[in-house]
Structures are given as structure tokens and as C-alpha cells.
Design a protein around this ligand. Sequence first.
Ligand code: UDP
Ligand code: MG
Length: 157
Amino acid sequence: MTGDVFLHSKSQEINLFPMATNRTFTMIKPDATGAGKTGKIIDRIIGAGFTIKAMKWTQLSMDDAAAFYAVHKERPFFGELTEYMTSAPIVAAILEKDNAVADFRTLIGATNPAEAAPGTIRADFAESIAANAVHGSDSDENAAIEGAFFFSARELA
Ligand code: UDP
Ligand code: MG
């Protein structure tokens, strides 16, 4: 993380993610929560050295999914992705570890589980390129934005 992320308003300035340099954001996706894989995936995450700083079980509305994945709104898979992500509960979490963003991307493997390295979470738990078990932020900046989408400033402290 090159700098802290602030939410600006007329009356206040809140540091949303004060320790973001070593944090990432994840979701355990509907295919995994629905198939009873949540506990096993959390075990993998903790076993790889990540500390859970915040976690919640929730379900996305279509508005939530469209906002979270707005960066993909022109992609051909956007409709399928938002339908899928709203189809069942997800688990959102903030994780902490040195080099969290890059190390978590390594732990989860490639987007397409058929191409994910052996032993990665997607290789072992994902159903398909869409239903691929877990989300992992792709940058410190997006980790901060995505974490703040689900968690309050108090929960992120
Ligand atoms: N996705 C999909 N079809 C594709 C590519 C992506 O359904 O061809 C879904 C998949 O669930 C993926 C998400 O869209 O995790 C976001 O895509 P991205 O390229 O950011 O992959 P990620 O960062 O999750 O590996
Ligand atoms: Mg991505």
C-alpha cells in the first residue's frame, strides 16, 4: 500500500484501512458456502499464515454484486457473475499477513480452476471459472476499497 485510503465528506475524514500495507480482502463464494466448504477453506487460509481481522456471513443483493464488480460491467460474463454471486450466502473477510495481496493470490491460484496450481484453494475447491470458490483482491488499493464495502471503520480498526 502506497498510502492510506480516506473517505472524504464535508464534515469528517475517516481512515478506512489504517494498516492496509499487510492486508487483503477475500470472499468465500456461493459455490463453496453452499457445498459446506467454508470451514475447510478458512483452515487453509489460517494454515497459510493469514490472520483473520474481520469476518462476516452475508448475502449480496443484485445492487451489491453490481457495485462490487463494477470494474467488470462491460465483460461478457458480468450477468452470469452477478447472478451467481447473489445465489447464496458468501463469507467476507479481511486478512492480514506480510505481503498479503500477492501471497493470497498465490494461495488461491488462477481464476480458472483448471489452470490453478495443484494444492491451491481454487484447484481443490472451485467448481468452474465462474464458481471459483474464493475472491482475492488484486492490489492493496482494491483490498482497501473492497474491505470498506463490507466492513465499518470500527470493524476495520
Ligand atoms: N469470471 C467468470 N468468467 C471469466 C472470468 C471471470 O465468470 O471468464 C468471474 C470469476 O468468478 C472471477 C470473477 O469473475 O473470480 C472476477 O474476474 P477476475 O478476472 O477479476 O478474476 P479473479 O481476480 O477473481 O481471479
Ligand atoms: Mg479480480
